[in-house]
Write a protein that binds this ligand. Structure first.
Ligand code: ASP
Ligand code: MG
Length: 448
C-alpha cells in the first residue's frame, strides 16, 4: 500500500482532477488517496462561518452559494453541463440546512467551525471518487469522520491513533459493493467526457484530509493544512511503503521564492530537519506530519503535481550528505507578548507553569520563549483568544503588553552575511541565536 495526498491547489479545477486521475493510474498497486478541499474552499467556508456566527444568515447563504457554484463548474468541466452528482447535492443541502436551522452561540465558535468547514473535503472527495469510478478506476470513498477518532479539541484536534486503527482497517477491508450515490445524473451521457482508463490491479481508496470525529460522532478538524497530518496517520496505520505529497512546487526549497531571492531545491532531508523546518513555519508540510512517519520509518516524497516524472524531494531517516545551503523560513501572523508580574517578583519556574498552562488552555501556540529577571517574552501565533488570555493574566496580577504585527524569521545554517542582512535594523525586536540557528522576531513592513 502507498498513500498519496493531493492539496487544494492540485485539485482546484477540472484539469487538476484529471491530472490526479492520471497520477493515480500510474500506480497500479493498492493506493490510499487523501484529498484536501478544492482550491481556496477552506478559506471560503471560513468566510461563510464568520457571517453565520455573526447571525447574518443571508450573507452566509450567499457566500456558500459562491462556493457551490465553483464546485458545480468543476463538475460541469468533468462530466458536462447539467450533470449533477446526487451525493454532492446532498452535501450542498446539508450545509444549507445547517446555515438555516441553527442559532450558534459565540462561545461555540470552534464547534461550528468543525461542523461547517470540513464540508470542503467531503465535497471534493465525493466529486473525485465519482470521477474515478466513471473513468474506469473503481474506488471506495472512505468517511474519515468515522475512521479517525480524535479528541474534542475542536479546530485543532489530535488523532487517537490506537483507537483509529481498527476503524480505518475495517473500512478498507470490509467487502462493499459499488455505491450508487457515486454516479452522476444529467441530461447527457457522461461516459464520453470522463477519460477512460485501463482497470487497476490494486484497490483504490479516497479519503478526506483535515477531518475526523469525536467518539460521540461530532466532526472535528485537525488545524489548517492538516491534510498532510491525515495522510501521515493513514500511512502509519496502513503500514504504507511510502507517502507522496503532490504539490504545485518542484520539491522542497530552502526558502519561499515569493519572499526570498535565489532559492535552491533540496533533494533530501532527514525527519529531524523536516520537523524543525515545519515547526519554524515552512509551508511545505504540516508540523504534525513527521512523527507518525518517523515512528515507522516511512519515507515521505514531496512531488511536483505538474510533472510526475520528476523526483521531487524525499524526507527519510538518514541521508548521505548534509544540507549545504542556509534555510530561511518566515512565519507570519505572529504576536510578541511581554509578561511581567506587577509586584516585580522574579519570573521563575513556578510562574512559568501557570502561564503556559493558561496559554495551552486557550490553544495559543508558542513559537519562541525568552525570559529575563522579571519579564517573559513569548512569540505566539495570532489567536482570537489572546484578549481573553491577557485579561486572565491581568487578573493574576501581571502586566501584559503585546504587539500583533510581527513575523518570525528562522535561518538554519546562517552565514555572517545573512545575519548582518536580517538580524539588525529598527524592525528587529528580538533575536535568539545558537551556533546553527538564528531566530528573529521582526515587525511586518507596512505594505506600500
Ligand atoms: N483544506 C484545509 C486547509 O486548506 C486542509 C488542507 O488543505 O490541508 O487548510
Ligand atoms: Mg488546503
Amino acid at each position: 500500500m502507498k498513500v498519496y495526498k493531493f492539496g487544494g491547489a492540485s485539485v482546484r479545477s477540472a484539469d487538476g482532477v484529471r491530472n490526479l486521475c492520471d497520477i493515480v493510474q500510474s500506480e497500479p498497486d493498492d493506493l490510499f488517496v487523501i484529498v484536501s478541499a478544492m482550491g481556496k474552499t477552506t478559506n471560503a467556508l471560513e468566510g461563510v462561518l464568520e457571517s453565520f456566527m455573526a447571525g447574518q444568515r443571508e450573507a452566509a447563504q450567499a457566500a456558500f452559494a459562491v462556493s457551490e457554484a465553483y464546485h458545480r463548474e468543476i463538475i460541469a468541466g468533468l462530466f458536462g453541463n447539467g450533470v449533477t452528482i446526487p451525493a454532492v447535492e446532498s452535501l450542498f443541502g446539508e450545509v444549507k440546512n445547517l446555515l438555516d436551522s441553527c442559532e450558534p452561540r459565540s462561545e461555540e465558535y470552534e464547534l461550528w467551525y468543525d461542523r461547517l468547514v470540513g464540508y470542503g473535503e467531503l465535497i471534493s472527495t465525493t466529486i473525485i471518487a465519482t470521477y474515478l469510478n466513471h473513468s474506469g478506476q473503481p474506488c471506495r470513498w472512505i468517511d474519515m469522520r468515522r475512521c479517525f477518532l480524535t479528541d474534542t479539541r475542536h479546530k485543532d484536534a489530535n488523532i487517537d491513533i490506537a483507537r483509529s486503527t481498527p476503524r480505518l482497517l475495517e473500512a478498507i477491508h470490509k467487502d462493499e459493493g459499488p455505491d450508487s450515490a457515486f454516479s452522476p445524473v444529467g441530461d447527457r451521457t457522461t461516459s464520453c467526457i470522463a477519460t477512460p482508463h485501463t482497470a487497476r490491479r490494486g484497490r483504490l481508496f479516497i479519503g478526506q484530509g483535515f477531518i475526523g470525529g469525536t467518539p460521540e460522532g461530532e466532526p472535528t478538524t485537525l488545524g489548517r493544512e492538516g491534510s498532510d497530518y491525515s495522510a501521515a496517520v493513514a500511512a502509519y496505520i496502513l503500514d504504507a511503503e511510502s507517502l507522496s505529497i503532490w504539490k504545485d512546487v518542484e520539491g522542497i526549497l530552502n526558502a519561499d521564492p515569493k519572499i526570498f531571492p535565489d532559492t535552491r531545491y533540496i533533494p533530501e532531508l532527514t525527519y529531524l530537519d523536516a520537523i524543525e523546518l515545519a515547526y519554524s513555519g515552512a509551508q511545505i508540510i504540516h508540523p504534525k506530519t513527521i512523527k507518525p512517519l518517523q515512528n515507522k520509518n516511512i519515507p515521505l516524497y514531496v512531488r511536483p503535481f505538474g510533472d510526475k516524472s520528476r523526483p521531487g524531494s524525499v524526507i527519510k531517516g538518514e541521508m548521505k550528505g548534509r544540507i549545504d545551503v542556509p534555510i530561511l523560513i518566515l512565519k507570519h501572523n505572529q504576536v510578541l507578548i511581554s509578561i511581567r508580574p506587577n509586584d516585580f517578583s522574579f519570573v521563575l519556574e513556578d510562574r512559568f507553569a501557570g502561564i503556559f498552562s493558561l496559554l495551552e488552555r486557550y490553544n495559543v501556540k508558542i513559537n519562541l520563549i525568552q525570559s529575563s529577571a522579571v519579564n517573559l517574552s513569548l512569540c505566539v501565533d495570532r489567536s482570537r483568544h489572546l484578549p481573553e488570555v491577557a485579561k486572565e493574566l491581568h487578573r493574576q496580577q501581571y502586566r501584559v503588553v503585546y504587539n500583533d504585527t510581527m513575523e518570525l524569521l528562522t535561518i538554519r545554517g546562517y552565514t555572517p552575511a545573512l545575519y548582518t542582512q536580517y538580524g539588525n535594523g529598527p524592525g528587529v525586536y528580538l533575536t535568539q541565536k545558537t551556533r546553527k540557528i538564528v531566530r528573529i522576531v521582526r515587525k511586518v513592513e507596512p505594505q506600500p
